[in-house]
Write a protein that binds this ligand. Structure first.
Ligand code: FES
Length: 329
């Protein structure tokens, strides 16, 4: 089912009713509506967008997966999310970690861009780090409906493993602690060695894990639509990025994109109204025609031939190989 763009959905005011520290960098939050009303339903894999205030005072939104052990599509008395403190982030996670019980927040209603495939006969669930959040919800849903699945969850060390108690209640879970050595972590070659018609794989975690799952699945012949993923972090800005110029030909504007901002955020800050949703290069809603210049693609949405053609790009995450881009905006 298609969801409307997040920015078009009406915010809900919620209050933080519980905060738990799960690891040195991860806190879990329980949210109730401020008026006591039931919250909109969701299914496993869904997320909410939370309005955060960044250090400079600007408001922005961050997506957090919903974790729950209840099943079905009924309305919810509360939402539960978990947030990892990102030392090099833009300030969304410090805002969340600074919340107190009783703090109020504006959120967007749940949206599911990472749903379970209802036709799957077997699901392979793979989580890395804080990527456990949607994967745990999926495990609850699959277990409750009696469907076949396996569950793999890796972190660097046991003290960094959020929700370990809950995860260990699943008899089919395998935990991995790599100690910083990927060879001791998730064994993707063996996990993905045998694709089958009804078999689907779901992965959430850092970009390196998702890229490795996609590459390994491709190598073993998995169909693209049987490999589902959700990035935990936006890949928009990386170390070593540099500034470049963007001309919006139809609008007659020329903007500078600094090393630490995405094209989309710069255009929005300039007062332009654009369609976007995930801001992680997954949904394709921000895909924009490129009139001049060479894009550096960082999305997971465009097909290989469109990426190679260089005539369209997802401006929420992709950047420029050339000093200047001209976009059809
Ligand atoms: S907003 Fe989803 S790909 Fe850009």
């Amino acid at each position: 089912m298609d969801s409307p763009p997040a920015k078009q959905r009406i915010p809900i005011n919620v209050v933080v009713s519980e905060i738990r520290t799960l690891t040195p960098t991860i806190k879990a939050f329980v949210l109730h509506s401020t008026d006591g009303a039931a919250l909109p339903a969701y299914t496993a894999g869904a997320h909410i967008r939370v309005q955060v205030i960044l250090p400079g005072g600007d408001a922005d939104e961050r997506s957090y997966s919903l974790i729950d052990d209840s099943v079905g599509s009924e309305c919810r008395s509360h939402y539960r999310i978990a947030v990892q403190l990102e030392a090099n982030g833009k300030g969304g996670s410090p805002f969340m970690h600074g919340l107190k019980v009783g703090s109020q927040l504006n959120i967007r209603p749940p949206q599911n861009d990472f749903p379970l495939d209802e036709t799957a006969t077997h699901s392979v669930l793979i989580a890395g780090g804080i990527g456990i959040t949607p994967i745990l919800a999926m495990a609850y849903a699959l277990q409750a409906s009696g469907r076949s699945f396996e569950f793999h969850y890796g972190t660097r060390s046991p003290d960094l493993m959020a929700f370990r108690d809950a995860v260990e209640t699943f008899r089919n879970v395998v935990l991995y602690f790599d100690g910083g050595d990927p060879r001791r972590g998730l064994q993707l070659e063996s996990l993905l060695a045998h694709p089958a018609d009804g078999k689907h794989v779901y992965v959430c975690g850092p970009r390196g894990l998702i890229d490795a799952v996609i590459a390994t699945a491709k190598h073993h012949g998995w169909a693209d639509d049987h490999v589902h993923f959700e990035l935990f972090n936006s890949p928009a800005v990386q170390g070593g990025d540099t500034a470049f110029e963007v001309e919006l030909r139809a609008s007659g504007k020329t903007l500078q994109v600094p090393a630490d901002k995405s094209i989309l955020d710069v255009i929005l800050a300039a007062g332009c109204d654009l369609m976007y949703d995930c801001k992680r290069g997954e949904c394709g809603m921000c895909a924009t025609a490129v009139l001049e210049g060479i894009p550096e693609h960082r999305d997971y949405n465009l097909p290989d031939d469109e990426r190679a053609g260089g005539k369209v790009m997802c401006i929420c995450v992709s950047r420029a190989k050339s000093p200047r881009l001209v976009l059809d905006l």
